[in-house]
Write a new protein. Structure first.
Lengths: 240, 253
């Protein structure tokens, strides 16, 4: 998207004018970089529990659910994944490493209290069925917030010659943010897909998107990213 | 290939096992390499070629004359890569004046506390030797541990440059060269080690580490073959640093 539409995103209604001015030097053209891979952060069942309602209304039963925000992102995410498959780009998922004996006490993606036994279900960390991984996809198990931390992701990306990332998933303030920053620090161009990214509260979501967009990633609308992928896919077909 | 530098150190059983187990195959070259020069600084080379036993009196890490034998090889490789626009990346050490950050290094050397400087001009032993001094468009990675990747931006530089492979030279073969090759291998970069562009303090370690790397992680090849390969690459494959302002900065320092 062109620099003059740089602030046309989810945060527009909460970010005051003086803040936009302070961040004016970050304005630039946003784009999907060369040789991208799709990175789907933590699209596991736990994030969708309790259905499309406000997370606060089911805080006791499903404290990890993003409720309505997770469900609103389902359709655009399905479209994004379909476009990535058509374009033939590598697809990486991640989920929480729940293997027994995998980590000492206190290791986790955030400092939140552990859920009670009653709050846990055996398929909590399986990928939401709408996005079920397919043959050839890679699912990374991680113990911390970033998909890079302590995982073989960067080796896989090198092997495939990946040079940029298209990121989406949850939560904007946690694992998405950590993964975008690590992607950027590893020298990869990062595009973050707004409509396919979510958190448990709008304000946190918007401010983290704002931070990421200005400093580390190009926050882009799902239609722009899909158009880009469709275009690459079409070029590939034409070349063949 | 005819006789290799490590052959004389191997037992007959070693040779048979290796062949039977299928190690040591020649891997494909990459398409986008970077030249890596590990730690060719004064602490490892001394200020001039001196017999190693003499040299280590001042520079406990010196590799003596072997370092200077590799120097013309490095000069040729560096000149060719600069000419072709292939990234040239140096590593060297960096240390606090009080040596606190030597950390684990102090656990295995009785002479760790020594911090000699150059007789000629008082420079630090971590200075890369003038004969192969970094140019304005080269990259220098400062490190504190054996691997060029440990706690450094090296991996992100390779990513930014779009490298798929590294060509490794420098010292010591058994220490920082091997550690860097191993980490690159773990990151899925293809590795070539230039046999006559590497050196070590101990001859047996040099040979056997080349042997190990050739068996498992890298193609260990003489510089002639590496240069033949580099010559097949197209000109200007990389978006290298412009080098703008680097001369002035060096002069200001």
């Amino acid at each position: 998207m062109t620099p003059d539409r740089f602030e046309e995103h989810a945060w527009a209604d909460v970010v005051p004018e003086d803040l936009v001015q302070i961040y004016a030097p970050y304005q630039r053209e946003t784009f999907v970089g060369p040789r991208p891979a799709l990175i789907l952060i933590d699209l596991y069942n736990l994030a969708y529990r309790g259905g499309p309602v406000l997370p606060i209304t089911m805080q006791d039963q499903y404290p990890s659910s993003c409720g309505i925000y997770a469900h609103n992102a389902i359709e655009p995410t399905k479209r994004l994944i379909a476009a990535a498959r058509s374009a033939g780009i590598p697809i990486f998922y991640c989920t929480s490493d729940q293997r027994p004996f995998a980590a000492p006490q206190g290791v986790g993606a955030t400092r939140r209290r552990k859920p009670s036994a009653a709050q846990r279900l055996p398929d909590d960390f399986e990928i939401w069925a709408d996005f079920a991984p397919q043959e050839g996809d890679v699912v990374i198990s991680k113990q911390r917030a970033s998909i890079f931390q302590g995982t073989p992701l960067i080796s896989h990306l090198n092997l495939l010659g990946v040079q940029s990332l298209i990121v989406c998933g949850e939560s904007t303030s946690g694992c998405v943010r950590a993964s975008c920053v690590d992607g950027y620090s590893n020298g990869l161009h990062v595009s973050l897909v707004e409509e396919c990214t979510f958190d448990r509260h709008e304000l946190v979501h918007k401010m983290n998107l704002f931070d990421l967009h200005h400093k580390y990633a190009d926050v882009m609308h799902v239609d722009e990213v899909i158009a880009h992928l469709d275009n690459t896919g079409a070029q590939k077909v034409a070349a063949e | 290939m005819s006789e290799r530098i490590w052959d004389k150190f191997l037992t007959e059983r070693d040779k048979t096992v290796l062949t039977a187990a299928g190690f040591g195959a020649l891997a494909d070259w990459g398409e986008r390499p970077a030249l890596i020069i590990i730690d060719v600084n004064y602490a490892f080379c001394d200020e001039e070629p001196k017999p190693i036993l003499e040299s280590i009196k001042t520079w406990r890490t010196s590799c003596g004359e072997d370092a200077w034998e590799a120097m013309p090889v490095l000069q040729k490789l560096i000149a060719l890569c600069r000419d072709k626009g292939i990234p040239v990346i140096y590593t060297t050490g960096i240390r606090r004046a009080d040596n606190w950050d030597s950390g684990s290094w102090s656990w295995k050397s009785k002479r760790r506390g020594e911090t000699p400087v150059l007789k000629a001009d008082g420079r630090d032993g971590n200075e890369i030797v003038d004969e192969i001094a970094p140019g304005p468009r080269d990259l220098v990675v400062l490190k504190q541990k054996p691997s060029g990747f440990a706690g450094t931006p090296l991996a992100s530089y390779l990513q930014l440059l779009g490298c798929d492979s590294i060509i490794v030279t420098g010292t010591t073969t058994s220490g920082c060269v091997r550690a860097t090759v191993l980490d690159a291998f773990s990151l899925n970069f293809r590795c070539t080690v230039v046999e006559d562009g590497c050196f070590d303090r101990t001859q047996a370690s040099h040979a056997i580490n080349l042997f190990d790397m050739h068996a498992k992680y890298a193609n260990v090849l003489p510089s002639g073959e590496v240069m033949d390969y580099l010559n097949t690459l197209p000109q200007g494959l990389f978006d290298l640093p412009s080098g703008q302002g680097m001369g002035t900065r060096a002069a200001a320092e």
